[in-house]
Design a protein around this ligand. Sequence first.
Ligand SMILES: NC(=O)c1ccc[n+]([C@@H]2O[C@H](COP(=O)([O-])OP(=O)(O)OC[C@H]3O[C@@H](n4cnc5c(N)ncnc54)[C@H](OP(=O)(O)O)[C@@H]3O)[C@@H](O)[C@H]2O)c1
Length: 255
Amino acid sequence: MPRIFITGSTDGLGRAAAGALMGEGHDVVLHARTRERAAALSDLARDAAGVVIGDLASAAQTRELARQVNQIGRMDAVIHNAGVYLEPSRATTADGHAKTLAVNTLAPYLLTALIFRPDRLIYLSSGLHHAAAGSLRDIDWTRRSWNAAQAYSESKLQVIALALTLARVWPDVLSNAVDPGWVPTKMGGPHATGDLEKGYLTQTWLAVSNDAAATVSGGYWYHRQRQAPAPQARDPAFQDQLMGQLAALTGVALF
Ligand SMILES: NC(=O)c1ccc[n+]([C@@H]2O[C@H](COP(=O)([O-])OP(=O)(O)OC[C@H]3O[C@@H](n4cnc5c(N)ncnc54)[C@H](OP(=O)(O)O)[C@@H]3O)[C@@H](O)[C@H]2O)c1
């Protein structure tokens, strides 16, 4: 049975994906931000392949999280699901980064670099990435006035670019990005009009299915259909420039 690690599995889409995969008998490694938040996993933890703890806003804790995952063993798939949405301010992390960039972009980048390479990688993005201007001039928001929606959109463009870079340079790995739609979670809010189940079944399918349609790389998906992401996400020059910046900001080179 495949073993899958899902970041941010205490709530929302990550928790729902974990429950669905465990219900199918897969081995799932769960993740909580803190020991206190791990209490939200008490019902799932007993049948899980492990529970790992770490705040993705912290580079040190993200590195420690990767160590905990590697200690359990190699994953067949990793779903980079955890994310934050409209942060009221830059909310500078202990490492000096904008929290949105740290959690949504730097953490998946670091975990990708530090976790033993799985067969499949899935990154949760958003249709809102289309609203990103796509400039890489100030991705850590040190010179611009804070704009929460813009920061979120940019981070979601960046994770698609990361997914598609990996598809390009790691031919032995299936790497894809997913837009779950606007769905009623803590992040999506109670008025979200999307179907919660459809919001997580694409990433579980990409993680474990052997269907020909699911065993592809370099896709940007919505409800199991491939969509066209913003052009920059597919642009090798944009991708390379972004990877260079992420390597500089984290001190870890992926390639
Ligand atoms: N819901 C939507 O409408 C929607 C639309 C498009 C894209 N997405 C994307 O889908 C993914 C999941 O969203 P969701 O709606 O399920 O969100 P959610 O209900 O807010 O859950 C987010 C998960 O990420 C975890 N998390 C947040 N910050 C963290 C940190 N610093 N360290 C570790 N874990 C952290 C949360 O932990 P805590 O429970 O401890 O906070 C929670 O488990 C996100 O990447 C989001 O951008 C969602």
